[in-house]
Design a protein around this ligand. Sequence first.
Ligand code: SF4
Length: 380
Amino acid sequence: MVQNEVTGEELSSEEMLRLKVRLLTEGATLPKGYVTGRKGGAGPTGARYFILPNGRSCGIPIRKGKMAKRFNSAILEPTDSEGVWIYDSKYTITEVPTPEFYGRISEDGVEYKKLALLHGSECMATTVLQSCRYWDTNEQCKFCTIPNSQLSGNTTLEKTPSQIAEIVKETVDAGTIKNVLLTTGTPDNPDAGIGRLAKIARGIREVSKIPIAVQFEPPEDLNLIKEIADAGVNAVGIHIESFDDAIREEFCPGKFRYAGLEKYDAAWKKALQFFDRGDVSTFILYGLGEDEEVTLQHCQRIASIGVLPNVTPVRPAPGSQLANFIPSYVNRLDDAVEFFKRIGTILYSNLLNPRLTVGGCSRCGSCTPLQEAYEWAENH
Ligand code: SF4
């Protein structure tokens, strides 16, 4: 049970899961005059981070006007206490404050906030290469906005090992972060970006022992995954995005053409030679109209070998090809909660507790209800 401060009401694991699923799928709308969240990047955008009654962070999509109506977004109202908000007149949540490091400048003159962002409340994330080969061939993932933040001047094309090492050192010393996530657009190179990621990881290792998670597509030669382990990385995400082939082909045409399920299976198994169970993960998007039974079957299959299926509601991002897309979970909240209960049961029965992973997206848990689903399963 977790306490909701304002109402004094205890939230059961059932209600906590429902609240998280609601926030991530329906989002919230703000009273007039309040601004929304970040607008572009490789991860889910258009959200602001809040701490929920269970003490965990959640990236809440902030919607307005027609979109808020379409997604049934409930109102998020400020209170007299700074940073404290009430969601749907019932739940007290607290905004994660803007980290102090956003105001600093690197030794080579770049604002830290253009080099790395705080995801959730304790994960420093950076996109080491802010471009991707699939945008060059018009085969980009339809949910992606990776070039937008660079074009709008909010980030740089490529980060250097010394820039990231500098920020990690400062933020670890200040107690701001507990783990690091390195992600990348895929360069037009057979290593799928592993060389760049390894260089950055090695730079971090010169200044800190902080857990590092990295994300990449399967490299052509899977033996390269050992290079990322040798660089001191602790967790990897190799993201298939969907187990439904028709959906993958439609929404991720470049990635679909490059590698199929067999290649991903081989990449996950190779990664499990170097990383612990649960510290090898894959993003699975929920709400693209995929076959949910097929999704569940594959989640069970990969969970049984130790790969954590990071099932995450798709968030149609402004500036992406999905800006006006209506996910298949809209107006189906009960179904979505039931679906995530089944995911939680899969995780629990395979001893994959996302909160106990070493770092990165599964440990952060801001964009997915996995931790709450796991806890629901633990209590049932
Ligand atoms: S692989 Fe897809 S989601 Fe990732 S950066 Fe490239 S286009 Fe964007």
